[in-house]
Design a protein around this ligand. Structure first.
Ligand SMILES: N[C@@H](CCSC[C@H]1O[C@@H](n2cnc3c(=O)[nH]cnc32)[C@H](O)[C@@H]1O)C(=O)O
Ligand SMILES: [Zn+2]
Length: 424
């Protein structure tokens, strides 16, 4: 299979240079980028007046949580989780979660996300939806033992069961990741066992860390140290670890993250909505820490739109620092693309020969995106997910001219609607 994308504004290479060119996709990778490619292809897409962008990499989400969208807003994290989200999640069956996963996948395809890092439960059901959707999904089972040794064992067993079931799908696109939920919900025994298993099975780890001030208080009281120092002391950290949030980090924590090559997945929308705080972006970047971008779940955002998330990131850090030069458009764009790919260890996140053909075509033939003075600026500050017209993952077209080809959109919306009232 080959696809030729003609005459677009291509965001090229790691410097995100804008070139008017054609892009030839062969199999699952980018074969050629240049003007006037004359080869014939199975599919030809006219990208005149459009931007050909690397697909977005959502580095932290809970994709089925769209089911809970709007059911518990305007609350702080611990109250939100304990009194509103967890009681509802207890009612979620694998069937409901699968509906939620389809809804999330549909939303991601429609807004130009090509890869995501997920944490939820019944991930074997989520994996089937991801496989159907054509997206690239890194799926973790969120483990919570609350210090109960019986639960520790149960959670590890369940994670391994889901890992095996995902491995059976035998797809490069769908990968299992270890997902201990957080230092305040997981025992040291669980964290140590996860570290051991991740190394043994060569899997990534993702975990919520230092999200709220309450968490810092709780962990300091329990262990006499910060969550990051705690994880470092038990040998948990490494370049295969992606921590979500990292809002409350002091300079020692930041040095530890840098030294261990840990990636931070920044979730500005969720951090603002739950009023968790502001991640120290500048300090992390200056220390050389890889920072990616995520939306978190759709119940704390409340959508999975990475274009919107880029704008939130840029604006948050500017006003917080009272400095408009902070979080410039290119820095934020890189967080949403290349930095995510680096964290996951995939050859994606940029458009370049030999890289995975994971990309989004964005319709710039619209008033809010003209004149085309600055492509990256328009994407970060002027566009939103609805401007995405075509989404390609692994050399396969998932959406063409706003029509999703891999999923039945109407059925997914209907199925999601049927759940109203059942978990409320
Ligand atoms: N094994 C657990 C499942 C945990 S999945 C991951 C969890 O993270 C929760 N979650 C979503 N957003 C956040 C956040 O921002 N911080 C902490 N937890 C979150 C989500 O609601 C879900 O309960 C169980 O059986 O309950
Ligand atoms: Zn989360």
């Amino acid at each position: 299979m080959s696809i030729l994308i003609r005459n677009g504004y291509v965001i090229y290479g790691e410097d995100f240079e804008i070139v008017k060119a054609d892009v030839l996709i062969e199999g699952n990778s980018i074969a050629e980028v240049r003007k006037g490619i004359n080869e014939s292809a199975d599919t030809v897409i006219d990208a005149s007046g459009r931007v050909v962008s690397p697909g977005f990499i959502n580095l932290h989400t809970h994709s089925p949580m769209g089911l809970l969208r709007g059911l518990a807003d305007d609350l702080p994290l611990m109250d939100w989780l304990q009194n509103h989200i967890w009681p509802r999640e207890a009612k979620l069956t694998p069937e409901y979660i699968k509906v939620g996963a389809y809804l999330g996948a549909l939303e991601m395809i429609k807004t130009g996300t090509t890869t995501f890092l997920d944490m939820y439960f019944h991930m074997d059901a989520v994996a089937e939806a991801v496989l159907d959707s054509g997206l690239r999904g890194y799926l973790s089972y969120g483990m919570i033992d609350l210090g109960d040794p019986e639960k520790t064992e149960k959670e590890i067993k369940e994670a391994l069961r889901e890992m095996k079931s995902i491995e059976k799908l035998n797809s490069e696109r769908v990968q299992f990741v270890f997902g201990p939920h957080a230092p305040y919900t997981c025992s040291i025994a669980l964290l140590k066992e996860v570290r051991r298993l991740a190394s043994e099975h060569n899997r990534l780890i993702t975990i919520h860390v230092s999200e709220t001030m309450a968490e810092i208080g709780q962990i300091t009281e329990r262990y006499g140290k910060s969550p990051v120092v705690l994880l470092d002391d038990i040998g948990f950290l490494g370049s295969d670890v992606i921590i979500a949030h990292g809002v409350w980090l002091d300079s020692r924590d930041i040095q530890i993250l840098a030294r261990n090559g840990v990636t931070v997945a920044h979730n500005p929308g969720s951090n603002m909505k739950l009023a968790s705080g502001v991640m120290p972006l500048q300090k992390l970047i200056n220390a050389g820490v890889n920072v990616g971008l995520g939306t978190d779940g759709a119940a704390s955002n409340n959508n999975l739109d990475m274009l919107e998330e880029m704008k939130l990131a840029a604006l948050l850090h500017k006003v917080h620092n009272l400095d408009p030069t902070v979080a410039d458009a290119k820095t934020v764009f890189k967080m949403a693309t290349l930095n995510g790919a680096r964290a996951l260890g995939i050859k994606a996140g940029i458009i370049k020969e030999g890289y995975l053909a994971d990309l989004a075509i964005i319709d710039f033939n619209q008033p809010h995106l003209r004149p085309i003075n600055n492509v990256i600026s328009h994407l970060v500050y002027s566009a939103n997910g609805n401007d995405v017209e075509t989404t390609i993952v692994d050399g396969k077209i998932l959406m063409l001219d706003r029509e999703v080809l891999t999923l039945d959109e109407e059925k997914i919306l209907d199925d999601a609607e049927k759940i109203v009232g059942k978990i409320g």
